[in-house]
Design a protein around this ligand. Structure first.
Ligand code: ATP
Length: 374
């Protein structure tokens, strides 16, 4: 953190009761509905959710690019927005920088001039500028392009330069708005890893907007899954993945099988569930007999079994087998249900064959279907 980061003075973002309405010709849109979130110093929080759920609006409100209707935003102990106190600091006074989906580089400036821009704006002494710009460019492996114009760079290179411009000011908070969605898949993965390494090294706090689940899982300390202007769940990557609080969150954080059923009995350690694909057992926590439930199980938590399993035996026919390198993905037809199974077993199972799979009770998450846990 010595070179560019701010090891000693880390920022912290606190958003409380934030509400934002847009008026459109068809009436009002409630883009943010009483959102509260707290982001620790050096923490990486990803806002994840489908198009229109309000993630960009939340990011832009934190940045100061959007004016909320109610609530409060504090950055590094300083109130930058408050509806009750009528405070609304402009973006440049919030001590943060932003990386956008479109690279937003000035076309008439060289790479060097683009990256130097925030420093010139902040009246950094001329003598320091060159060293800082080149250090930032080296961090993203773009120092050799210092004299080029943006139009002479690939999309991935342009995004690296935007990244250099975001870190050169040594701001403690960097906001990202889908920064990788315009680069192709291979470069995206590479940039994602470089970004993760850079964050580790410089320890800036991050709010990162994406609708890409794998990006969220790779980059976040915590994920906030958003839905209709609210935060549906916030938690560590593991919590969100392994203990989603709703079907919605489960479906938005990686592939998930959903099996509908009804509880037939509840005992101390296990609840029995009747489903269209046979009787299953789940953990009994919070469940009651006769309740309608959905069982959510990730594809890697369904396992093939050579013989009929003693419990949680599911019979199915392999409709499709797709070899994906590390694992093979199978689409299984069990009665009318389609199940996705990811298996790392080395032998490929033939399409059309009848197989047994079993589900691991400890990885199955249940939701009351009629309890509003949509
Ligand atoms: P995306 O991934 O598509 O960018 P998002 O989750 O970032 O989606 P927002 O852009 O925050 O969603 O939009 C939230 C809601 O507010 C949407 O219903 C959107 O149509 C609406 N909205 C956003 N900006 C405006 C605007 N300037 N005027 C009117 N409505 C807007």
């Amino acid at each position: 953190a010595a070179a560019i980061g701010n090891g000693d003075k880390l920022s912290h973002i606190r958003v409380s009761g934030l509400t934002k309405r847009y008026s459109t010709s068809r009436g009002e849109v409630l883009a943010l509905d009483d959102v509260s979130i707290s982001i620790g110093a050096g923490e990486k929080v990803v806002l994840l959710g489908p198009s229109g759920c309000g993630k960009t609006t939340l990011l832009r409100c934190i940045a100061g690019l959007e004016s909320p209707d109610a609530g409060e935003i504090e950055i590094d102990g300083k109130i930058v927005y408050s509806s009750s106190m009528r405070i609304h600091l402009p973006p440049e006074r919030r001590g943060l920088s932003m990386v956008f989906q479109s690279y937003a580089l000035w076309p008439h400036m060289t790479v060097f001039q683009n990256v130097a821009y925030p420093l010139i704006n902040a009246r950094v002494p001329k003598a320091d500028i060159e060293a800082r710009v080149m250090a930032a460019l080296r961090m993203v492996n773009c120092d050799i392009y210092a004299d080029r114009y943006p139009s002479q760079l690939s999309g991935g290179q342009q995004q690296r330069v935007s990244l250099a411009r975001a870190i050169v000011g040594r701001d403690e908070t960097v906001l990202f708005d889908e920064p990788l969605s315009n680069v192709d898949a291979l470069v995206r993965e590479q940039l994602r890893n470089e970004l993760a390494a850079l964050q580790k090294k410089l320890a800036f706090s991050t709010v990162y907007v994406t609708h890409d689940q794998s990006e969220a899982l790779a980059l976040a300390d915590r994920i906030a899954v958003m839905r209709s202007g609210r935060i549906a769940q916030i938690g560590s990557v593991r919590e969100i993945y392994e203990r989603p609080a709703s079907r919605y969150v489960a479906g938005f954080t990686g592939a998930a099988n959903i099996i509908e059923g009804r509880i037939s009995s509840v005992e101390k350690d296990v609840a029995a569930v009747q489903t269209a694909i046979g009787p299953l057992q789940v953990r009994p926590d919070g469940l009651a007999a006769d309740q309608a439930i959905s069982i959510v199980i990730r594809p890697e938590h369904l396992q093939f079994s050579d013989a009929r399993p003693a419990v949680n035996a599911i019979r199915g026919r392999i409709e499709l087998a797709t070899f994906l390198g590390v694992y093979t993905e199978y689409i299984l037809a069990a009665q009318d249900q389609r199940l996705v199974v990811r298996s790392t077993r080395p032998d490929l199972l033939d399409e059309g064959s009848e197989v047994w799979v079993t589900l691991d009770t400890k990885h199955a998450v249940t939701f009351a279907t009629d309890g509003g846990h949509e």
